[in-house]
Design a protein around this ligand. Structure first.
Ligand code: ATP
Ligand code: MG
Length: 354
C-alpha cells in the first residue's frame, strides 16, 4: 500500500514525539511492505516564526492532498502574548475547519501496568476499553452567536443540529462499533432537549442498517456516573459536541496519564487528522523525556481508520502493552519496579518490537 502522510510537528514536544511516530511508521512500512511518503509542514508557533501566520496556505493545501495528517502539538509561552490572529492554537482550529473534521474519536484504554495511576480502584477500571465518538463541528459551540440581552441580565446560547450532521456522526459510530465489540451507547438528554430527541430518532432509524450492533440510549447524567462506577460497561459511546467534550475528559482519568491518549478527527472524504490529546508541554520540551506513546498510538489510529490496516495498528498497540508490561516507562508514568527511559529509548523499544 502506498500512502502520502503529511506531518505537522508543531511546537514543543510536538516535534520530539513526531520523530517517534515517523520512526515507528517506517518500521511498519518495512515489516509489511508498504510505502509511506512523509511530507513535513509547519503549523502553530513554528509557522508564525517562519511564515508570519499559524496556518500557512501551503500547509492547508498539502493536508488536502494527503491521505492522512499527523499532528504533534501547538503553542508555547513564546507566543502567549500575541494578538489573537497570531496565536498558535488558531492553526489547529483552522486546519480542523479547513478539513471539515466533524468526527472526533478518542479511544480510552486502561493499560494493565498503569492501572494504579488512576484515582479509581483497579478492579473497577481493569479491562476498560472504550471509544468516545464526539460530534465536533455542530451544537452549542457553533450555534447562532451567543448574546447578552437586557443590559446583560439575560444570556442566550443556541444549540442547533441538522439531521445531516447527526446522521453522519451516528453512521461513523455504528461503523466503529462494527470494528470493535459491536455495542453502541448513544448519549443524549432526550428527556429535556429537542436536539436530543432528533438525535434519538436518527439512531433508532439507523439501527436496522447495522443489525450486528447492539444499541442503547443513555442519558448524559447517567452516562457520567456509569463511566466512573462501571466503565467496562461501554464499548462505543456516541454523543454531541459538548457532552462529548465533558465525557471524554472524564473518561481520560481511567488511563492515568495524558501521555498515553491518542485521538482521531475524521471528515466525510476520509482525510483524517491524528494527534495526541496532550499539548506542547513547554515545561519538558527539549529535554528528551516526553512520552511518545500518545503520538505513536495516534499513528496506529491512522493506520486503522484512514488506511484500514488493522493488523499493523494492532501490532503497535500490542508493542505498547508489552513494553509497559516489561516495566519500561517515561517519567510521566508511575510503574513500580520499572525502568525509566527517555523519548528516544521508548521509541526504540517500540521499533524493536515491530
Ligand atoms: P494545552 O493548553 O495545549 O491543551 P496543557 O498546557 O493543558 O496543554 P500539556 O501541554 O499537555 O497541557 O501539559 C500538561 C502537563 O502534562 C505538563 O506538565 C506536561 O509536562 C505533561 N505532559 C503532557 N504531555 C506529556 C507527554 N507526552 N509526556 C510527558 N509529560 C507530558
Ligand atoms: Mg499547554
Amino acid at each position: 500500500m502506498k500512502k502520502r502522510i503529511v506531518l505537522l510537528p508543531g511546537d514543543g514536544i510536538g516535534k520530539e514525539v513526531m520523530n517517534s511516530a515517523k520512526e515507528v511508521l517506517s518500521a511498519i512500512a518495512e515489516e509489511f511492505n508498504h510505502t509511506f511518503n512523509f511530507e513535513t509542514h509547519e503549523i502553530g508557533g513554528a509557522a508564525i516564526d517562519s511564515c508570519g501566520t499559524p496556518l500557512p496556505d501551503s500547509t492547508v493545501e498539502a493536508c488536502k492532498l494527503a491521505d492522512a495528517v499527523l499532528l504533534g502539538a501547538v503553542g508555547g509561552p513564546k507566543w502567549d502574548q500575541n494578538p489573537s490572529h497570531l496565536r498558535p492554537e488558531r492553526g489547529l482550529l483552522g486546519i480542523r475547519k479547513a478539513l471539515d473534521l466533524y468526527a472526533n474519536l478518542r479511544p480510552i484504554k486502561g493499560f494493565k501496568n498503569l492501572l494504579h495511576a488512576s484515582p479509581l480502584k483497579e478492579e473497577v477500571i481493569s479491562g476498560s476499553d472504550l471509544l468516545i465518538v464526539r460530534e465536533l463541528t455542530g451544537g452549542i459551540y457553533f450555534g447562532t452567536p451567543s448574546e447578552r440581552r437586557e443590559n446583560g441580565q439575560v444570556v442566550v446560547d443556541t444549540l442547533a443540529y441538522t439531521r445531516h450532521e447527526i446522521e453522519r456522526i451516528v453512521d461513523k459510530a455504528f461503523q466503529a462499533a462494527q470494528g470493535r465489540r459491536g455495542r453502541l451507547a448513544s448519549v443524549d438528554k432526550a428527556n429535556v432537549l429537542e436536539s436530543s430527541k432528533l438525535w434519538r430518532e436518527v439512531v433508532e432509524e439507523k439501527k436496522s442498517q447495522y443489525p450486528d450492533v447492539a444499541v442503547e440510549h443513555v442519558l448524559v447524567d447517567a452516562a457520567a456516573m456509569k463511566l466512573i462506577t462501571n466503565p467496562t460497561h461501554f464499548d462505543v459511546i456516541v454523543t454531541e459536541n459538548m457532552f462529548g467534550d465533558i465525557l471524554s475528559d472524564e473518561a481520560s482519568v481511567l488511563t492515568g496519564s495524558l501521555g498515553m491518549l491518542p485521538s482521531a478527527s475524521l471528515n466525510e472524504s476520509g482525510v483524517g487528522l491524528y494527534e495526541p490529546v496532550h499539548g506542547s508541554a513547554p515545561d519538558i520540551a527539549g529535554k528528551g523525556i516526553a512520552n511518545p506513546l500518545a503520538m505513536i498510538l495516534s499513528a496506529a489510529l491512522m493506520l486503522r481508520y484512514s488506511f484500514e490496516l488493522n493488523n499493523e495498528a494492532n501490532l503497535i498497540e500490542d508493542a505498547v502493552q508489552a513494553i509497559l508490561d516489561s516495566g519500561f516507562h517515561t517519567g510521566d508514568l508511575k510503574v513500580e519496579n520499572g525502568r525509566k527511559v527517555g523519548t528516544e529509548e521508548m521509541t526504540r523499544l517500540v521499533v524493536d518490537y515491530i
